[in-house]
Ligand binder design. Sequence first.
Ligand SMILES: NC(=O)c1ccc[n+]([C@@H]2O[C@H](COP(=O)([O-])OP(=O)(O)OC[C@H]3O[C@@H](n4cnc5c(N)ncnc54)[C@H](OP(=O)(O)O)[C@@H]3O)[C@@H](O)[C@H]2O)c1
Length: 274
Amino acid sequence: MSGTQSRLPASLTLVGAGKMGGAMLSGWLAGGLDPARTAIVEPAPSPEIAELCAARGLALNPAAPPAAEAVVLAIKPQGLAAAAPALAPLIAPGSLVVSILAGKTIADLKARLPGARAVVRAMPNLPASIGRGATGAAASPEVTPAQRGLADALLSASGLVEWLDDEGLIDAVTAVSGSGPAYVFLLAEALAEAGVAAGLSAEIAGRLARATVAGSGALLDAEATEAAQLRRNVTSPGGTTAAALDVLMRADGMPALLREAVAAAKRRAGELAG
Ligand SMILES: NC(=O)c1ccc[n+]([C@@H]2O[C@H](COP(=O)([O-])OP(=O)(O)OC[C@H]3O[C@@H](n4cnc5c(N)ncnc54)[C@H](OP(=O)(O)O)[C@@H]3O)[C@@H](O)[C@H]2O)c1
């Protein structure tokens, strides 16, 4: 992040240590978060979380968690209303609140958690659970540059973070990267099915498609070259790839379908918000 130094908070309370919260916690601990100043609020901790807390000395469900520099909310969005009364005392006047609750706006969070002023709303995606995520984030006006640095350090532990000036764009982020992993999994699925139609066994087609999607993703990650250029680099004029791309890139082909799919997801994100 430009301009502001990112550092992990000196003290932190994580509310909800499920799939996402648990994965983020592992990333923060690996990045140097002080376990002695970290509290976990989780009514049903998994054995892994309970073990981690015991082994590293994190406070699991302390009777009264001390006010923390940052409070990260990673419960299910539909649980916010019920959880809010218990969460309010965790938020001190100077606390930064970082929420990954899908569909919950900064205004919703402030309304539910009266002490919350500095709020960052973030939308991560599934690969965040292995530190390879893509997250879009927006900050309330009360978030100071230093707090934005804290949020950036917390979210960057899960991969790429893109900051948005307009919270309204979170629905577009949801449609592109939030739901995006499913589009890529569909590509692997459809490529395998097409391989079967072309004569390969389901096993071989499945393995080839999976390795092709994963390997191409790794290449995209390793190279600074734009995706369009990487595509051109493997497309000889008149060759086999060109024959396939002529189909995929026709007027009603993959780019048009993805535009329509992303627009549908964005519309749905707007409908589900609140
Ligand atoms: N998974 C994704 O790919 C993804 C992507 C983008 C955003 N998100 C967002 O990330 C958030 C968490 O998703 P997840 O997949 O990690 O869900 P999850 O595995 O169900 O984790 C949520 C955890 O919060 C706990 N919890 C429920 N009520 C609580 C309370 N009052 N206080 C403290 N903890 C409470 C849950 O416990 P119980 O099991 O007892 O309910 C559960 O362990 C959601 O808001 C989701 O919108 C997830």
